[in-house]
Ligand binder design. Structure first.
Ligand code: C2E
Ligand code: MG
Ligand code: MG
Ligand code: MG
Length: 278
């Protein structure tokens, strides 16, 4: 059908764009039935206290295995789910599933483990979001102290209504963490407007910090900002012992990354991280 558009358009619509376009359409189409077909699974990655080596939380990370497309990375499908609005039902499923797993861990004796759930701005913008969260918490009877929502910077986050919404979530007892800190478009001025509990240093800074003085300086600066503002700070993307050590000496509180553990299905997390440490 590209040819039908005539010779001039052909150059504007090259084969790379064409295959990207088809892939995106395919992802969009397959996403529509993915929840019903139970193609999603949550993996969990431990978040470690650098001083005590205790596991304080598990971050839930969505995995999608589609019969036609195979495993699709969240970096690819989340943005499409956001554009189409599919992130709303998917996000509800994620929150419910992740918190149900937390309850399960509590039954197994791991009572103070928190669960950190990624939430996209599209979900926060949904007028039903706060009510939906409240319903999930009420239905499961989970202690809100154990629930962390990871949000990201975006222009939309500046609206007063958004700040009010975040305050309502805080009032429920939920903690809020700013994910991918340092990569957003915004200025630092929101830091004292949002009711945040923690900052997560983006992995792009952490992964390069031992090779690159500038990344090292950025990480140090983020830790200092967090300390000044009385926020806790979590480094993501910790791949080596050296990074973990340097982060600890910088005063970074918590860390997660392949050095400690890759994200794993709940049963493997239990074997490798919970039972193993009893
Ligand atoms: P994120 O929330 O910043 O999660 C951290 C990402 O870094 C995860 O990628 C994790 O697997 C990866 N990671 C952890 N440790 C290391 C490490 O040491 N080295 C490297 N190279 N990578 C590490 P993942 O699971 O592919 O997720 C990518 C992004 O997709 C997430 O980034 C988050 O923004 C989004 N996402 C994942 N699950 C959900 C979800 O349930 N809802 C929403 N809205 N977004 C999600
Ligand atoms: Mg996250
Ligand atoms: Mg992140
Ligand atoms: Mg990220």
């Amino acid at each position: 059908y590209v040819k039908e558009k005539g010779k001039n358009n052909y150059q504007l619509f090259n084969s790379d764009m064409q295959s990207n376009f088809y892939r995106k359409m395919m992802i969009e189409k397959q996403l529509r039935t993915a929840l019903d077909n139970e193609e999603f699974e949550l993996y969990y990655q431990p978040i470690i206290d650098l001083k005590t080596s205790d596991i304080i939380a598990m971050e839930s990370l969505l995995r999608w295995n589609n019969p036609i497309l195979g495993l699709v990375s969240p970096d690819e499908f989340i943005s499409i789910a956001e554009e189409t609005g599919m992130i709303l039902p998917i996000g509800k499923w994620v929150l419910n599933t992740a918190l149900k797993q937390n309850i399960q861990w509590q039954h197994e004796g791991y009572k103070s483990l928190k669960t950190s759930v990624n939430v996209s701005v599209r979900q926060l913008l949904d007028p039903n979001f706060v009510d939906d969260v409240k319903k999930v918490l009420d239905n499961l009877g989970i202690n809100a102290d154990l629930v962390v929502l990871e949000i990201t910077e975006s222009i939309a986050m500046y609206a007063d209504s958004m700040i009010a919404k975040l305050n309502t979530l805080k009032d429920l007892g939920i903690s809020l963490s700013m994910d991918d800190f340092g990569t957003g478009y915004s200025s630092l001025s929101y830091l004292n407007k949002y009711p945040l509990d923690s900052l997560k240093i983006d992995k792009s800074f952490v992964m390069g910090m031992n090779q690159d003085d500038e990344n090292n300086a950025i990480v140090k600066t983020i830790v200092a900002i967090a300390q000044q503002l009385d926020l806790s700070v979590i480094a993501e993307g910790v791949e080596g012992q050296e990074e973990a050590h340097v982060l600890n000496t910088m005063g970074c509180d918590f860390a997660q990354g392949y050095y400690f553990s890759r994200p794993l299905p709940a049963n493997e997390i239990k074997e490798k991280w919970l039972i193993a440490r009893d």
